[in-house]
Ligand binder design. Structure first.
Ligand SMILES: Nc1ncnc2c1ncn2[C@@H]1O[C@H](COP(=O)(O)OP(=O)(O)OP(=O)(O)O)[C@@H](O)[C@H]1O
Length: 266
C-alpha cells in the first residue's frame, strides 16, 4: 500500500538477553518499514519476541543490534503512547483526568486539556462517566479509557500490546470497532500486537507474521479489505476468508515448531 513516507524504519534489529542461564536471542535481523498513517499488526507464536519488538519501538528497551528510526513530525508531541493488555489507568484519578494525564505532563492548560479529553471520551462512548473513578467502571470501560488517553496524547506513533486480549468477546468487538473509528479519523501510525488473526485482519493495513523463537520476519500480508470497515460485515467476505487461510497456514508452521520444541524439552 502506498504511503507518503515511512513513519518507522527498523534496520537489522536484533535483541539478546543475558540471563543467569545464558544468552537468549529474542529477535534476529528484522528489517521493516511502516508507513506514515499505517495500521500495522504483528502476529506470531508465543515467545517469538512481539513484546520485545514493541518495547524497543517504545524506547523501553534497547536493541542489541541495528537501528530504529521514528519520523518526528512535531517536536511538541510525544514520540509514542502505549496501550497494554492490563488496564493501566490510575485508580485515584477520575476518567477525565486519566485521559488528560499525558497532556497535563506536557504543560497544556486545564481548559484545553479537558476539551481534548472530553472529545476522546465522547468518541469511546463514556461521556456519562467522565467524572467517575476507575473502580466504578467495568474492565472493558477501563480499557476504553486507556485507548482514549493514548489518542488524546496525540503521539507520533501508537503502540498497542494485545490491548483487548483480556476482554470478553462482545466487549472486544465493540472496542475494535471504536478503535477503527478513532483511527480512521486520526490516521495515526499504529503498531498493534495480537494473537488473533481475526483481530489483525479486521483492523490492519498490513500484518507481519513472525517466526518462532528467535523472532524474525517471516512474511508480510497486505490486507486489501476496503475501508472504512464494518467488522461484522468484513468477516462475511470471501477475501477475509482467503486472507485468514493464508495467514493461518503461514503461522501454523511456526506454532507447530514451538510445540515440537516443548515436546523435545520433556
Ligand atoms: N527481560 C527479559 N529477560 C530475559 N529474557 C526475556 C526478557 N524479556 C523477554 N525475554 C525472552 O525473549 C523471548 C521473547 O519474549 P516476548 O515476551 O517478546 O515474546 P512474545 O512474542 O511477546 O510472547 P507472548 O506472545 O507469549 O506474549 C522469550 O523467550 C522470553 O522469554
Amino acid at each position: 500500500m502506498p504511503y507518503a513516507s515511512d513513519s518507522i524504519v527498523l534496520h537489522q534489529i536484533g535483541k539478546t538477553f543475558t540471563t543467569s542461564r545464558g544468552h537468549i536471542t529474542a529477535l534476529h535481523n528484522i528489517d521493516l518499514s511502516i508507513g506514515d498513517g499505517e495500521f500495522f499488526s504483528i502476529v506470531g507464536p508465543s515467545g517469538c519476541g512481539k513484546t520485545t519488538l514493541l518495547r524497543i519501538l517504545a524506547g523501553l528497551d534497547t536493541a542489541s543490534t541495528g537501528t530504529v528510526d521514528i519520523k518526528i513530525n512535531s517536536g511538541d508531541r510525544p514520540v509514542n503512547s502505549m496501550v497494554f493488555q492490563e488496564q493501566s489507568v490510575f485508580p485515584w484519578m477520575m476518567v477525565i483526568d486519566n485521559v488528560a494525564y499525558g497532556l497535563k505532563l506536557r504543560g497544556i492548560a486545564k481548559k484545553e486539556r479537558y476539551e481534548i479529553a472530553e472529545k476522546y471520551i465522547r468518541m469511546i462512548g463514556l461521556s456519562k462517566f467522565a467524572k467517575a473513578y476507575p473502580h466504578q467502571l467495568s474492565g472493558g470501560m477501563k480499557q476504553r479509557v486507556s485507548v482514549a488517553r493514548a489518542f488524546a496524547n496525540d503521539p507520533e506513533i501508537l503502540l498497542m500490546d494485545e490491548p483487548f486480549g483480556a476482554l470478553d468477546e462482545q466487549n472486544r468487538i465493540i472496542l475494535q470497532q471504536e478503535l477503527l473509528r478513532i483511527w480512521e479519523l486520526s490516521k495515526k501510525t499504529t503498531v498493534f500486537i495480537t494473537h488473533s488473526i481475526d483481530e489483525a485482519l479486521c483492523l490492519s493495513d498490513r500484518i507481519m507474521i513472525m517466526t518462532a523463537h528467535p523472532g524474525t520476519l517471516k512474511s508480510i500480508v497486505n490486507v486489501d479489505l476496503p475501508r472504512p470497515r464494518d467488522i461484522a460485515a468484513i468477516r462475511t467476505t470471501m477475501r477475509y476468508n482467503e486472507l485468514f487461510q493464508i495467514i493461518w497456514l503461514t503461522l501454523r508452521e511456526e506454532v507447530l515448531k514451538v510445540k515440537q520444541l516443548e515436546l523435545d524439552a520433556y
